[in-house]
Design a protein around this ligand. Structure first.
Ligand code: PMV
Length: 347
């Protein structure tokens, strides 16, 4: 089947890891399994228009960001196309116009690579489905996640909703290193509509990229123990998602966040991505939690921003705490309210 022109549009969310992916092998194969909450409000919306072309020897695309041509994003997309071309042999047959925007503020320090690569992968799968209409829905989503992984590892967890596992884990037989899968068991209602308020501590470009950070896990003195710990923590979360024990959830999640940053501090070269206000926020959360018994906790990704996680039934009290005590530590008082959400959707 062939098709000369057309367009697709997808939205894909960001995600926040609870057990962190940190360290990888060739072809974006993770050194350990990870699990994340899919977010609902922080999204990338990408429209891809395609037109059959004469010269089929090279990739050809234009890139628009928020409606304007954006040259500096092009090398990333070019690299992505090169990596996925063997799996999407039709890519060189078309000229693409990729028109993309984020729902979260530009340069907020929120990584758009996960949502961005996932949204792009969904669009290319829509074109593949147009050419091979008989593919199953499972194949469509699995391959989309597989392609997103090749763009940015954590992006493979942005295709599906709610709780997504990526990486081989003995006790989750459907899990695989190749793509993200939805957590295959029922999740306790305590985690329903779980909240994530993202405190923007530092919106600057980080000094050490994730790519460099992953690489520093090769020959890292604590790597083997860390990878084993990730398996243990994921096993614990499997029970926690079933029994709804938020106290235990908090222990695993905060330990994972601090371990991620401990890996950065103990690599060679060593580095620190947290800022003084990151620590101020962590201490304030611990104090608030011990004084009020309200089950609020934090996690971090590879940066200074803090994700504040809490159940929906304490939302009002936690937002009040954030507004009165934590906003002072945010750059320009900025924070983003998000919660667990449903994964990529066709628009
Ligand atoms: O997907 P990458 O290569 O940008 O790595 C992201 C790694 C962390 O965000 C720090 C952890 C994770 O699992 O998302």
């Amino acid at each position: 089947s062939t098709i000369d022109n057309g367009s697709f549009e997808w939205s894909a969310p960001s995600n926040i890891a609870l057990v962190k992916y940190w360290g990888k092998k060739d072809n974006q194969i993770p050194a350990n399994p990870s699990v994340s909450f899919t977010l609902n409000n922080c999204k990338t919306i990408t429209k891809v228009a395609f037109l059959k072309k004469e010269n089929q020897g090279t990739f050809s695309f234009d890139l628009l960001f928020e409606g304007k041509p954006k040259e500096d994003f092009k090398p990333k997309i070019q690299k992505f196309l090169e990596r996925v071309a063997v799996y999407l042999p039709f890519l060189k047959d078309y000229h693409f116009t990729i028109d993309t925007q984020n729902t979260f503020p530009h340069s907020s320090g929120i990584a758009s690579s996960a949502s961005g690569m996932a949204a792009l992968a969904m669009n290319f799968m829509s074109l593949e489905k147009e050419l091979n209409p008989e593919m199953t829905e499972d194949y469509f989503y699995q391959k989309a996640s597989f392609l997103a992984r090749l763009g940015s590892g954590s992006a493979c967890r942005s295709v599906k909703g709610n709780v997504v596992v990526w990486g081989n884990q003995k006790n989750i037989p459907v899990s695989t290193d190749l793509f993200g899968v939805e957590f295959p068991h029922t999740i306790h209602e305590n985690f329903k509509n779980y909240q994530d308020t993202i405190l923007l501590v530092d919106k600057g470009e980080k000094q050490v990229s994730s790519t460099v950070g992953h690489d520093l896990m090769h020959n890292h003195p604590y790597a083997e123990r860390r990878f084993a710990q990730a398996h243990e923590n994921l096993d614990q979360l499997i029970s926690i998602f079933e029994n709804g024990n938020i106290e235990e959830f908090i222990k695993v999640v905060e330990s994972e966040a601090l371990t991620l940053h401990a890996m950065m501090m103990t690599s060679m070269p060593y580095y620190i991505l947290m800022k003084p206000n990151t620590l101020q926020i962590i201490n304030a959360i611990w104090k608030f939690r011990s004084e009020t018994q309200i089950p609020v906790c934090f996690t971090l990704d590879a940066g200074a921003n803090v994700h504040v996680l809490y159940p929906e039934n304490v939302k009002e009290k936690v937002l009040q705490f954030i507004q009165t005590e934590l906003v002072a530590f945010c750059q320009n008082s900025q924070y983003i309210c998000d919660e667990i959400g449903n994964g990529a959707i066709a628009l």
